[in-house]
Design a protein around this ligand. Structure first.
Ligand code: MN
Length: 431
């Protein structure tokens, strides 16, 4: 049984199964559609509403403990806010909880400030200075490895290093923004000359995004015992992949144009504080190599993993015409799929002295589960395109077609805790 929410005067936040109860309070950046000046604001999601945080001091007397944080939010500077200390983030969270809790004396003043989520356009929650995509989903790495190297699916480094490549932040877009099918160079088979055309093997990758808060100076690695302090929060992430372009360009230097045309993320940052109740021990099978000591800590062993349920839905143009809802095609779970913890990703990334900045984004890697039905990409689900999946309306898919909408959802729902959700990452593919 899930625990009952402590409750908010915003009634929609108390509905069972709601993504944004008062225990969540994720940060996002939005503008009201009716606002002709389209002024962006930072707010927190509560139920189906948003409490704008920008200019809150005009309406409420702020305690000293949160004045700095709110002054930064007034400047729309989410990145500087993310770089504040954990205790500052806790103070702000505690204060916002007090504003929104059932019986709060602020209800009357704040009621008129609420904005309905149905009346806003969401933007990226912060600036993303750099984007690194990891490969921490071991079942995905194994599934893809099996297609390329059946005798040795996992590369020799996989169980020792959280493998990654540097992606591009310029093409990161929020949920709701369409993705145009990329054009690129590929070839039909070995020995044949390449050609240039619209990708025919366009795919999604089910990932989570990890936002960095406090930066580290160049030359100063982040040790495992400090890594969580630099972890600000999470979102859903769709690492769009053109498999035909990828297959031809990737050797020897890895992903490039097959990936960097677009990366979609859900617009709300679920904070580390909100995820805390869903922590669990991080484990490494005793038959596998144990991490080198710089990737080990007691805290990581006792609570380095987070249980997050993931879901993929597909909605085709034909399904929309037939008035069918999006079809749920895959479920998976972060802590089971990930071979490395968030702390290990942060520590490894900075172990050579590489500096991270507030707002930097990590992709976890595709979070496929252990069974074929839990595949986090169509490449795996359709076995390299050889076995198309059949949707309930009879349509078949090996890869994505124009007019398809891909929807990712995530939630945490551990026994005895209040369920929180991530909202969704929804993207339409256009020609
Ligand atoms: Mn990826």
């Amino acid at each position: 049984m899930s625990k009952k929410t402590v409750g908010s005067w915003v009634k929609s936040a108390n509905i069972e199964g709601c993504d944004f109860p008062i225990e969540n309070l994720p940060y996002g950046c939005f503008h009201e559609i009716k606002d002709v000046t389209a002024q962006k604001k930072i707010g927190v999601a509560i139920g189906d509403q948003i409490l704008p945080l920008s200019n809150l001091a005009r309406h409420i007397n702020l305690p000293d403990t949160v004045k700095v944080g709110f002054a930064i939010l007034d400047q729309l500077d989410m990145n500087t806010f993310m770089a504040l200390s954990t205790s500052s983030h806790q103070e702000v969270r505690h204060f916002i909880t007090g504003l929104l809790i059932q019986g709060s004396p602020f209800e009357h003043q704040l009621q008129s400030l609420l904005v309905s989520q149905s009346e806003v356009k969401m933007h990226l929650p912060c600036q993303v200075p750099d984007f690194t995509d990891f490969y921490a989903g071991i079942y995905h790495a194994t599934n893809v490895g099996l297609m390329l190297r059946p005798d040795q699916p996992l590369a020799p480094n996989y169980q020792w290093i959280p493998v990654a490549y540097h992606g591009r932040s310029s093409s990161i877009i929020p949920s709701g923004q369409n993705v145009k099918r990329p054009i690129g160079q590929t070839r039909a088979s070995e020995g044949k000359p390449p050609y240039f055309q619209a990708s025919r093997r366009l795919d999604y990758e089910l990932e989570l995004g990890v936002f960095i808060g406090q930066p580290n100076p160049q030359g100063h690695p982040i040790a495992m015992q400090d890594a969580e302090e630099h972890f600000f929060g999470m979102c859903l992430l769709n690492d769009w992949s053109a498999r035909d372009i990828q297959g031809w360009e990737a050797i020897p230097l890895g992903p490039f144009l097959a990936k960097n045309f677009a990366t979609s993320i859900s617009p709300w940052i679920i904070t580390r504080q909100a995820l805390e109740p869903f922590r669990k021990p991080w484990q490494r099978s005793v038959t596998d190599p144990q991490p080198l000591s710089y990737l080990e800590s007691e805290q990581n062993r006792s609570s380095g993993a987070i249980a997050i349920e993931l879901e993929i839905y597909l909605l085709t143009q034909q399904m929309q015409a037939e008035n069918l809802p999006p079809q749920h095609i895959v479920s998976s779970e972060f802590s089971k799929a990930a071979y490395w913890s968030i702390a290990q990703l942060i520590t490894h990334h900075t172990s050579n002295g590489c500096n991270l900045n507030a707002g930097d984004l990590f992709g976890t890697g595709t979070l496929s589960g252990p069974t074929p039905q839990e595949a986090g990409s169509l490449l795996e689900l359709s076995r390299g395109g050889k076995e198309p999946i059949t949707l309930t309306n009879g349509q078949k898919r090996s890869f994505l077609e124009d007019g398809d909408t891909v929807i990712f959802k995530a939630y945490c729902a551990t026994e005895g805790q209040v369920r929180i959700g991530f909202g969704e990452c929804r993207t339409l593919i256009e020609a």
